[in-house]
Design a protein around this ligand. Structure first.
Ligand code: ATR
Length: 248
């Protein structure tokens, strides 16, 4: 999707996006390599998002609060870590509703949930979280000052329901939320993108809810990365098309 955006904006003579598999024991060397080679930016993914923070010169406020880095920008040898995952949650939601002062429920208490909580709290939403392991939900509620919610049958008061768990991912295509629990005034966001239409989104669509799929999270976090690497703006349509050509 980055390559597609470089081509669209005529940046492909300056930027190229390469993949590399890095084993944990080589992480420090890999980051030294970024400095030595003068690589402009890095997209960091599992399982290095937390460990990589130790090797950077600076962290932006979101990366610090979320406790993970998914993007590194090299400014003349100085490496700064960012987290754009929260933009992948709030930007597509913002296209549909303003979450300020609205009740939002986040399912899950892992790394993705931390990004969602940070983004939605920063956007002024009244956030509640619900997780299978209640001790983890409790810890997050204390850290971010958000509410706990326990009853998934009783979610009528929430303007948006955001699934940040892996539930619904193929091959176990379950849904944490039943069709009956949803109503047409709600927005349902599912971070899972395999399958593209999860059981939860299928239920939500059938009830007339607004729906956002995990593809949007991938695209919108990527748009922010693109801005950080290039200083230019791309469009969601360009990146979405490239992603769907592979996953669709
Ligand atoms: P990530 O960093 O991608 O968020 P993670 O840290 O492994 O991944 O978190 C996965 C989330 O999915 C957790 O909230 C997990 O709940 P637990 O904290 O109870 O483990 C949730 N999850 C995974 N499988 C689940 C299931 N079958 N039912 C309910 N929640 C589940």
């Amino acid at each position: 999707m980055h390559e597609a955006a470089y081509h669209e904006l005529g940046l492909n003579s300056r930027f190229v996006f390469c993949r590399a598999r890095v084993h944990s024991e080589n992480l420090a060397m890999a980051i030294d390599g970024v400095r030595a080679l003068g690589i402009r930016g890095v997209s960091v993914t599992m399982p290095h998002k937390i460990a990589v923070m130790d090797y950077l010169d600076e962290l932006d406020i979101a990366a610090k609060s979320i406790g993970a880095v998914n993007t590194i920008v090299n400014e003349n040898g100085k490496l700064k870590g960012y987290n754009t995952d929260f933009r992948g949650v709030v930007d597509p939601i913002r296209e549909i509703i303003d979450v300020k002062d609205r009740e939002v429920l986040i399912l899950g208490a892992g790394g993705a949930s931390r990004a969602a909580i940070y983004g939605l709290v920063s956007s002024g939403a009244k956030v509640s979280i619900c997780n299978r392991s209640q001790d983890k939900a409790f810890e997050l509620s204390e850290e971010f000052g958000v509410n706990l919610h326990f009853e998934l049958k009783d979610i009528g008061k929430f303007s948006a329901i955001v699934n940040m768990t892996s539930v619904g991912m193929a091959p176990n295509t379950d849904s944490l939320i039943t069709q009956e629990a949803l109503n047409a005034d709600q927005l349902v966001f599912d971070a899972v993108y395999n399958p593209l239409e999860t059981k939860m989104l299928e239920y939500a669509r059938s009830k007339g809810c607004s729906c956002i799929s995990g593809i949007e999270m991938l695209v919108y976090q990527g748009l922010e990365q693109f801005r950080l690497y290039t200083g230019c703006e791309s469009q969601p349509e360009i990146m979405r098309k490239a992603v769907l050509e592979v996953l669709g």
